[in-house]
Design a protein around this ligand. Structure first.
Ligand SMILES: *Cc1c(COP(=O)(O)O)cnc(C)c1O
Length: 375
């Protein structure tokens, strides 16, 4: 890439995930390396305990990534093979893949105005074969879990949350990941709490579900090392856990920073008629959002994206530009007009804790300029 083409405000500057904490991280490598503490060691146990305490959950179990975590969560929660699991199609393909690899059938439904699972659409998709609903706590926002919880108990369904994007997010003062039988969070580098590679955790409030998840993620073995059934090898590396434990201590400040930047975006995009902004922080008392993404709706989205790119501003189309059911190779065969319409309009602006407020003003200013130029 020539310097002239380098983005001045990249969508996510991956090297910063290391450079910002280079000395402390190097010290962690050295410490873990010298102890030879690579797999299922004390650092992992400590992180799991601290994460469970942070969430007010009974158990947090480090896994290799959130996709594995969701599959393990579904199986640990007792979702049966060949039953149907309802998910919102506005999510990563990983959500549906996790259902598939748990042996169940993914059923895609529409999202609502806040881009999260629509409870009425979920209810309409329930059949005699439905076993669970799997809401994605998208963009760092937790769905209305009262409505979804009522729906699930009315129909005797299990709730498993995809909280990959929502660590620290709350609905009515309860953390994402603690509403259902089980959940998964992701520590992919660009997530709100990221490590330096792949990582995830299963969250469980029920002791039996937690024990099944522990066995499923470690060759079917229980705490005594006895094989209690078939299991995977899907463990969170001890080195990553040590890094995550270090970062968890600073996590509240990261969330505050993201919420601050969301406030700056919200104010700076006020009155731009062609744009629909995500809910502002504290827009309503029920939601505490952590802004994994700043996902807006925009008229003439693709032209806006090119305009921003020419100014060195990186943006992203969610999930490569398509909802899960729109990837024909998966054969989901749903028709979801509202989601399909939304996917012509959604755009992610840069959002991470290392952005400056001036960067956010620059991005929002360029958006305003694009629409002012339109006659
Ligand atoms: C990132 C993400 C996943 C997958 O997480 P991995 O840890 O990369 O497996 C699943 N669902 C959603 C909504 C995500 O954003």
């Amino acid at each position: 890439m020539t310097p002239a083409l380098a983005q001045s405000i990249p969508f996510f500057p991956y090297p910063q995930a290391f450079l910002r904490e280079e000395e402390d991280l190097t010290e962690i490598f050295r410490d873990v390396g010298r102890r030879g503490a690579f797999v299922m060691q004390e650092d992992l146990r400590r992180f799991e305990e601290n994460l469970a305490r942070f969430l007010g959950a009974r158990r947090a179990i480090g896994v290799a990534n959130a996709t594995d975590g969701l599959s393990i969560a579904l199986r640990a929660a007792g979702v049966e093979a060949r039953s149907e699991v309802i998910f919102s199609s506005h999510t990563m393909v990983a959500t549906a893949a996790a259902i598939h690899f748990a042996g169940a059938i993914p059923v895609a439904v529409e999202c609502g105005a806040d881009h999260l699972m629509d409870a009425a659409a979920a209810e309409a998709a329930i059949t005699s074969r439905t076993s669970a609903i799997l809401p994605t706590q998208l963009n760092g926002r937790t769905a209305d879990m009262e409505a979804l919880g009522r729906l699930a108990s009315r129909h005797g369904l299990v709730v498993v949350e995809d909280a990959a994007q929502a660590l620290g997010s709350r609905f009515k003062d309860q953390f994402a990941g603690t509403f259902g039988a089980a959940a998964a969070v992701s520590f992919f580098p660009a997530k709100v709490l990221g490590c330096l590679g792949d990582g995830g955790a299963v969250i469980a409030n029920d002791e039996r579900v937690g024990e099944r998840a522990i066995a499923l993620h470690d060759h079917g073995r229980d705490a005594q090392g006895n094989v209690t059934g078939w299991g995977l090898n899907s463990r969170l590396d001890n080195l990553q856990a040590a890094i995550l434990d270090y970062r968890l201590r600073k996590f509240d400040a990261v969330i505050e920073r993201r919420r601050r930047l969301a406030r700056v975006y919200h104010a700076a995009l006020e009155g731009v008629a062609e744009v629909v902004r995500p809910p502002a922080p504290d827009a309503d008392a029920a939601h505490f959002d952590v802004y994994q993404n700043y996902e807006m709706e925009a008229e003439r989205r693709d032209a806006l994206r090119e305009f921003l790119s020419a100014r060195g501003i990186g943006t992203l189309l969610p999930w490569g530009g398509r909802a899960v059911h729109q990837w024909e190779a998966l054969g989901l065969q749903a028709r979801l007009p509202a989601t399909e319409k939304l996917f012509k309009r959604v755009l992610l602006l840069p959002m991470h804790a290392w952005l400056s407020e001036e960067d956010v003003e620059t991005v929002a200013g360029a958006v305003r300029e694009f629409y002012r130029g339109r006659t």
